[in-house]
Design a protein around this ligand. Structure first.
Ligand SMILES: [Zn+2]
Length: 194
């Protein structure tokens, strides 16, 4: 199976599409959402298998070729041609579509919107830096964990900025080889079982 390891950037080790930073690594969908007509991003069969609830997954003969609708106002999460799956068909709450405090910001590290609000209430400083540190901590498996199939950083950045905080620069050089060597081994082991 072909996949890419993100060697630099946001600290995430499993962004499927190589990108200069990794934080915006997405592959534009070639077709638009049947619900809102906006173009989403392509997701892999691995993401579909991990995210769709069992009863909907069982209806699919072919899990490939799906796209993720990133429009916050649209209830559709995945689509392919005329076929679409709404939020109720997906195991995880979707960051850009769900205001519930229990909605994850970083799926791999189980960082919730609730955690962000608690930081605000506690009057913590440098919250964006703390969030970045949490996201980069431990191993990442975004292709399976995140309904979008890629690193959460773009969406966390947009969420933080929508609450009046400045996310700051995402600097690829800030991530060290040490972090990569820690995350890479479990990731390879993980993927080899698929
Ligand atoms: Zn849509």
């Amino acid at each position: 199976m072909k996949f890419f390891i993100q060697k630099s950037g946001c600290g995430c080790s499993s962004v499927p599409q190589a990108d200069s930073c990794g934080c915006s690594a997405t592959l534009e969908a070639t077709d638009s959402c049947p619900n809102c007509s906006k173009y989403g991003i392509a997701v892999s069969d691995v993401t579909i298998k991990s995210q769709l609830k069992k009863e909907y997954l069982e209806t699919l003969a072919d899990r490939s070729g799906f796209s993720f609708c990133k429009n916050p106002q649209c209830d559709t999460v995945y689509y392919k041609d005329k076929l679409s799956f709404s939020q109720s068909c997906v195991r995880n709450k979707v960051t850009v579509k769900n205001d519930d405090p229990q909605t994850p910001l970083c799926y791999c590290q189980k960082l919730l919107k609730k955690d962000f609000f608690e930081m605000i209430e506690a009057g913590e400083e440098n919250i964006p830096a703390k969030l970045r540190e949490i996201i980069a901590r431990g191993k990442s498996f975004c292709e399976k964990s995140n309904p979008k199939g890629v690193c959460c950083t773009d969406d966390v950045k947009a969420f933080v900025e929508s609450h009046g905080l400045t996310w700051g620069e995402c600097r690829p050089a800030a991530r060290t080889n040490k972090l990569f060597s820690v995350t890479a081994k479990p990731f390879y082991a993980y993927r080899s079982k698929i």
